[in-house]
Ligand binder design. Structure first.
Ligand code: HEM
Ligand code: HEM
Length: 180
């Protein structure tokens, strides 16, 4: 769940950040370039990376620190971006907001550092190539994603060495995608 929120927010920030980039390019007014840069880098790149991390490490996604990381990241960017814009456009509220947003953002990063250091690889996060293979013909089940290794058996049947991951029969008993 946490991972999904980070991924969605990250992608949305990418859209907002790029829209600002297109606006700047079209208007030839680059004064808000730092806002564009930080929405893209803290939002799109940073949040999306965090989402991928939490998807890969579900143990880390469940804790309070991870939820605080999300809250601080979102609050930080929501305050930092308009604060930076305020500074660049000469509004008096800019400095204070930028300072507050900066503190929240760096606090979020500090929380994330702790989360990353504490996390352990998920027990089922082996690489796909580490998964046991099975013979499709032997198992008597169709393999729709075969073709990694193919051979012809004595009886003329094409037997696929098929990763269990892709087998409809074993998918239920072997959850492979971490619950985010
Ligand atoms: C539709 C996509 C994008 C457009 C049209 C766009 C456009 C621009 C424009 C016009 C500038 C100002 C350049 C200047 O003043 O010299 C800029 C700066 C910047 N953009 Fe983008 N951008 C896009 C996507 C991105 C993305 C995805 C990222 C990061 C992930 C990014 C990162 C930056 C950074 C860091 C700067 C500041 C560079 C500097 O000050 O040297 N941009 N962009
Ligand atoms: C607490 C968080 C952050 C604060 C307070 C902060 C602040 C700043 C400031 C004040 C500038 C100079 C802007 C200017 O020249 O007008 C800057 C530039 C820049 N920062 Fe950050 N930053 C933060 C996080 C990040 C992160 C996480 C990244 C990248 C992942 C990043 C990438 C950049 C880049 C590429 C520039 C040059 C862009 C430009 O000049 O438009 N910053 N930052």
């Amino acid at each position: 769940m946490l991972s999904r929120i980070f991924l969605r927010l990250g992608a949305s920030c990418g859209l907002v950040g790029m829209a600002l980039g297109v606006y700047m390019a079209a208007s030839h007014d680059h004064v808000l370039a730092p806002v564009h840069a930080h929405v893209n880098l803290i939002g799109w790149v940073g949040m999306f990376l965090a989402g991928l991390f939490y998807a890969q490490r579900p143990d880390a996604a469940g804790g309070k620190l991870a939820r605080a990381h999300l809250a601080f990241t979102v609050a930080g960017l929501l305050i930092l971006a308009p604060g930076l814009a305020g500074v660049l456009l000469g509004y008096p509220f800019g400095e204070l907001m930028a300072a507050l947003g900066s503190i929240l953002t760096i606090a979020a990063m500090a929380l994330f550092v702790v989360v990353v250091f504490r996390s352990k690889p998920a027990p089922h996060s082996r690489r796909i190539t580490d998964r046991p293979t099975m013979d499709r013909a032997e198992a008597g089940i169709p393999c729709f994603q075969s073709g990694r290794r193919q051979q012809v058996t004595g009886d003329g049947l094409a037997a696929h060495s098929c990763l269990t991951r892709w087998s409809s029969k074993t998918a239920a008993s072997q959850p492979v995608s971490p619950a985010d």
